[in-house]
Design a protein. Structure first.
Lengths: 450, 237
């Protein structure tokens, strides 16, 4: 097949040359006539080139002008290539359609954003949840239609390690949870889930715990008040009742603590609205906490402070203090006499950390992930003896969360533990006197100045 | 070839400038929407702290206003826009002015919320105010969506919405007056409520203005001070 065209062409050339030579002999000008014939031959090829170029404008719909000779081979090969490509395109199209229809059927909204955050593609759920209108909104920046400032910040910060929860645009009743994933080159996939039901259930649970705790408060106050009265009149109180009364008052106090802690937790979980933002001098705070720890621990445990960072921290001072204090009290409880506790304030490239380090008995690795659960106890009997409520670390975790920080725990059984409170670098503040900042709104302003 | 390339490059950057201008306005719109939402919420729940936050955050809206004006000045000075580009810049200047005023009205509502929360409890008109507030919020949201899409039909519909808001405002006024006549002691609180309602009603008017600018941008015709029916006859579907 492959050589047929060439053989045919060779024959044709031979016939043309022979014919030219013959005519030359007849007319007496062998060279001249042969050259003229050759020139005609070349012209015919040029003509074919022209037809070929014409054909190439729309090769799929035009018929091949020639089926034979070397030109026929050229046309056949190109046609074969084109057909293969058409086939491939068709197959890809089918695949793409299948993919898009399956993505369109997803219950979660999916939006693909291009390099300048414009909407490239979105599925049906995105129209309902985000109020997009497709296909009219393709090419429009998503931030133009989804204008909630929290989302704008989320998008411009380019830190997609966490999900963002917020009310749906134009519809407060719906709660959305939003995640973003990088894909391809500088492209983003935004996945939005409707979490209205979960949010409602969560809120009912939270409100329930808060209400119960609140309701328990009053009876507890009454009980503890009367018990105190009974104990105060030492003479009137019959001797056999003294021990039980002491126990009652002890347990009531414990219950009051639990109720207070539960209320604080409920408040933190509800996304504390009235978070104060102040520049906190960490060196001073850690110094004070160390002093308290010394009082609590007595002379047997060495407590020291190690300040390496010069930053202040933008945080709610009361909450921050109670979080670190919780960690310090834990450390004191779990460090045997002769041990050592160190409070660090250190910088990392993208964070500043408070580290509470002790040389206590340490925590077995299987307990570490569950430590921050409510009422989780490593050793049931012992921690209760010490009067803990079992909510301390849960509170620490939530306090850090409302500050966008994280609690990490590292421990080697027998050697000691490290409780690391990691705060993102954007919470760093200049020590007072260097730069005045307006509380709570720096982020927005920085963004608007971008 | 080179020159047209340069032209192409230049116009591309110009387009990017205009696009970022639009994005900035909508960003500002998002902040204003949030301010309005929070101020209504604070009035509804008598949350003084939330209201104070709204008052304190108003400077953000003002900062946007100044910044966008500056961007517009730059574009006019450096690029001398014409036709629809010029209309866009003008639309943006007018829209930001109205958005800034809406921010001020939201601040006013928040101020009233602070005062109402501190004063004696009186007749409960909050439900009515809440209803009005939700309508106004919807309106602002829709007009900003229309701005993002430059959607004339939507803009006309939003302008229609204003009639309902006016009716709601009038009925709050009438109700307040009856309460005032019944019990003059409730006048201070009711005045605060009337002021808030008034501020919300003004926001509705400003949303109407913005929808007129949208029509101006898309159709190239100034429809301010024209009746709604006429606008609809000319540009509606």
């Amino acid at each position: 097949m492959r050589n047929n065209g060439w053989i045919e062409e060779a024959w044709r050339l031979a016939v043309v040359l022979a014919g030219g030579a013959l005519m030359g002999v007849l007319f007496g000008h062998v060279l001249g006539v042969t050259l003229a014939v050759l020139a005609l031959y070349t012209l015919s090829h040029l003509y074919h080139v022209r037809r070929f170029i014409n054909w190439m404008d729309d090769p799929l719909n035009k018929d091949m002008p020639i089926q034979y000779g070397i030109w026929g081979d050229v046309y056949a090969k190109i046609s074969r290539l084109l057909n293969a490509q058409v086939q491939r395109e068709r197959r890809l199209n089918i695949l793409l359609k299948q993919f898009q229809s399956s993505a369109a059927a997803l219950p979660d909204a999916v939006v693909a954003l291009g390099t300048s955050d414009e909407i490239r593609w979105a599925n049906e759920a995105a129209q309902d949840l985000l109020g997009l209108r497709l296909p009219g909104d393709y090419g429009r920046p998503l931030a133009n239609l989804f204008r909630t400032p929290a989302f704008q910040q989320f998008l411009s910060r380019r830190d997609f390690s966490q999900t963002l929860e917020l009310a749906a645009p134009g519809n407060d009743a719906q709660r959305l949870s939003l995640r973003a994933v990088h894909y391809g080159k500088n492209q983003l996939l935004i996945i939005v889930q409707n979490v209205t039901d979960r949010y409602r259930v969560e809120r009912i649970r939270r409100d329930f715990v808060a209400n119960v705790s609140h309701e328990l408060r009053t009876p507890l106050t009454v009980i503890s008040g009367f018990v105190e009265n009974m104990q105060a009149d030492g003479d009137l109180c019959p001797a056999p009742w003294r021990k039980p009364l002491a126990l009652i008052s002890e347990q009531t106090a414990r219950m009051q603590h639990i109720v207070e802690d539960l209320l604080l937790l409920a408040r933190l979980e509800g996304g504390e609205k009235n978070l104060r933002q102040e520049s906190v001098d960490m060196a001073a705070m850690l110094g004070m906490l160390a002093e308290e720890a010394r009082l609590l621990a007595g002379r047997d445990i060495a407590v020291s402070v190690n300040i390496e960072s010069g930053w202040h921290l933008e945080a709610d001072p009361g909450l921050l203090r109670s979080a670190i204090s919780n960690l310090v009290v834990n450390a004191v409880h779990h460090t045997p006499p002769g041990g050592e506790i160190v409070l660090h304030w250190v910088d990392e490239p993208n964070a500043s950390c408070v580290v509470v380090e002790d040389t206590g008995e340490g925590i077995a690795p299987e307990h570490i992930p569950r430590l921050t659960e409510r009422f989780y106890r490593v050793d049931n009997g012992r921690s209760r003896e010490r009067g803990g409520t079992g909510l301390g670390l849960a509170i620490v975790k939530h306090i850090l969360q409302v500050h966008e920080g994280r609690l990490e725990i590292a421990s080697t059984p027998g050697e000691g533990s490290q409780f690391i409170c990691r705060f993102p670098a954007r919470l760093r503040a200049q020590p007072a006197g260097q730069l005045a900042q307006v509380p709570g709104v720096e982020d927005n302003y920085a963004q608007s100045n971008r | 070839m080179d020159q047209s390339d340069l032209k192409h490059h230049y116009s591309q950057r110009f387009n990017a400038d205009l696009e970022s201008l639009r994005t900035k306005v909508l960003e500002m719109g998002g902040v204003v929407e949030q301010q309005l939402e929070k101020s209504i919420e604070s009035l509804k729940q008598s949350e003084i702290e939330l209201a104070e936050l709204v008052v304190a955050n108003d400077y953000q809206v003002n900062a946007y206003d100044v910044q966008i004006d500056e961007l517009c000045t730059n574009i006019i000075a450096l690029r001398q826009p014409t036709a629809s580009d010029l209309r866009l810049v003008l639309t943006v200047i007018k829209t930001t002015a109205d958005l800034e005023r809406i921010g001020d009205e939201a601040k006013r509502v928040a101020r009233m919320a602070i005062r109402a929360a501190k004063s004696e409890p009186g007749p409960n008109l909050y439900l009515r105010i809440e209803h009005l507030g939700d309508q106004v919020r919807q309106m602002l949201h829709r007009v900003l969506d229309a701005f993002a899409r430059m959607d004339v039909d939507e803009a006309i519909q939003v302008a229609h919405e204003d009639k309902r808001i006016d009716r709601e405002y009038e009925s709050i006024m009438r109700q307040s007056m009856t309460y005032m006549m019944e019990d003059p002691r409730s006048i201070p609180l009711l005045m605060d409520i009337i002021w808030s309602a008034r501020a919300l009603e003004r926001i509705g008017d400003r949303c109407c203005n913005i929808s007129e600018y949208i029509i101006y941008f898309v159709k190239g015709k100034d429809v301010r001070h024209t009746s709604l029916e006429q606008i609809q006859k000319e540009f509606g579907e």
